[in-house]
Design a protein around this ligand. Structure first.
Ligand code: ATP
Ligand code: MG
Length: 427
């Protein structure tokens, strides 16, 4: 074992015992997203490094220290995507999607960031991303938030997640606020840690995002951007709040909420939980009206969110809200050449005629005894038995593996309706 090359730290295998839960969660999320009229887009995992530098911002944590960047064999600088929005916008521009009216898109897949691995924070992690292009109002923001809320409800974790919203206003508003912020933090420079002192000159708004508890009080007293909003920005934010209230979605305004990426303007939001310790943000998003411009596309309003699957999965596991699907599994044991031929065909007939039924056909021969052991270990609820006798009489034996029911023999012609009946019995 010691010679086995292990996986890279922070990059996890998702083992068979967990994939059922992953699938259950994924399919519920995808179903809800599709039913809001969003279409799936599939994007490459690797992009040109410049795409992320230009979009996420050069002085953000992600670009400064978290990206997996490497030179490929032509010496082009490539990066494993740390998030999906930049690639999604790139694809929309490359294929002219933004000239075809408003777009509602979603994607799913692994993202990569070189962070210190801990619970809820990994170097490869999965995100569901949803992006809406061409709509400037608060209505589309409320739609996205409503969609996430429906997701939490469908997964039974709505009461574990709290919605926080904020507005970052426009670039001009942020500039005024920035000046005040820099003046304030400069005055309190002696209270700042090394990271925040550096950000004072590079990206002062990000100081508000610091997770260092020693800075909490200093940050709490810093000038709030909400005090610098102009009338349209204030109205936009008020409109979102009216829509959320009408949708009966509870929220709090957190004026300290900023995002770790530079491209956001106006609305930002996060769904947070206190059930997962430090890694409490399960889903985060906001408006990014300037990003398409920054990537040299036609100026297009846009809004989106990304949802971290591992954190959501931890929450679902902790709350035990998802019942594993209890589909029926049968295991076909067969002994003798003729039984093997008949058995695999019989198994396939069942698969073709009964949706959701799982049929494992034994492979590898062996005695009935050893086959039953494997049937038992497979988790199957019943075994179908084919030996020479059954084949010549066109019958099949039925043995219940988990409950006290009598073993019986049926004509093969009756098997289908028997299994159908058993499946219905379970619903
Ligand atoms: P955090 O503040 O926790 O570092 P972030 O602001 O960097 O999060 P975003 O870039 O907004 O995160 O990504 C959206 C979501 O993706 C997060 O809310 C989280 O659920 C998930 N996520 C981000 N980074 C990681 C990671 N390293 N491991 C697991 N999930 C992550
Ligand atoms: Mg982060």
């Amino acid at each position: 074992m010691s010679d086995v090359i292990p996986a890279i730290r922070g990059m996890n295998d998702i083992l068979p015992e967990q994939t059922t839960l992953w699938r259950a969660v994924e399919s519920r999320l995808f179903d809800i997203i599709q039913r809001f009229g969003y279409q799936e887009i599939r994007l490459p995992i690797v992009e040109h490094t410049a795409l992320f530098e230009r979009s996420i911002g050069e002085v953000t944590d992600i670009v400064e220290k978290e990206m997996y960047t490497f030179a490929d064999r032509n010496q082009d600088s490539l990066t494993l995507r740390p998030e999906g929005t930049a690639g999604c916008v790139r694809a929309c521009l490359q294929h002219g999607l933004l000239n075809q009216g408003a777009q509602r898109l979603w994607y799913y897949g692994p993202m990569f960031r070189h962070e210190r691995p801990q619970q809820g924070r990994y170097r490869q992690f999965y995100q569901v991303g949803v992006e809406a292009f061409g709509m400037a109002g608060a209505d589309i923001e409320a739609e996205l938030i409503r969609m996430t809320y429906r997701c939490w409800q469908a997964l039974g974790v709505a009461d574990q997640l709290q919605l926080q919203i904020n507005t970052l206003g426009t670039a001009e508003i942020r500039q005024t606020h920035r000046t005040q912020l820099v003046a304030y933090f400069t005055e309190h420079r002696h209270l700042l840690d090394e990271d925040s002192q550096r950000r004072l000159t590079t990206n002062p708004l990000r100081i508000l995002d610091s997770k260092n508890p020693a800075l909490a009080e200093c940050i709490a007293n810093a000038p709030s951007l909400l005090d610098y909003l102009d009338a349209p920005a204030a109205e936009h934010f008020a409109c979102l709040q009216t829509l959320l209230t009408a949708a009966d979605i509870p929220f709090t305004v957190n004026s300290r909420l900023v995002r770790g990426l530079d491209y956001y303007t106006h609305t930002v939001f996060e769904w947070v939980t206190d059930a997962l310790g430090a890694q409490g943000t399960v889903c985060a998003g906001g408006r990014y009206d300037k990003l398409v411009d920054m990537l040299h596309g036609p100026s297009t309003p846009a809004v989106g969110f990304a949802l971290g699957l591992e954190r959501l999965m931890l929450l679902c596991q902790q709350q035990q809200t998802i019942r594993q699907s209890e589909g029926l599994t049968v295991y076909v044991v067969m002994a003798g050449d003729a039984a093997q031929l008949a058995g695999h065909n019989l198994a396939d007939q069942l698969r073709q005629h009964i949706p959701q039924l799982v049929v494992i056909a034994h492979c590898g021969g062996g005695s009935f005894k050893s086959q039953f052991k494997k049937a038992d270990r497979s988790g199957a609820r019943l075994a179908l038995i084919l030996g020479e006798e059954e084949v010549s009489a066109n019958t099949v034996g039925i043995k219940w593996l988990r409950e006290q029911r009598e073993q019986q023999t049926l004509p093969q012609a009756e098997l289908l309706s028997y299994i159908c009946h058993v499946t219905e019995e379970r619903q």
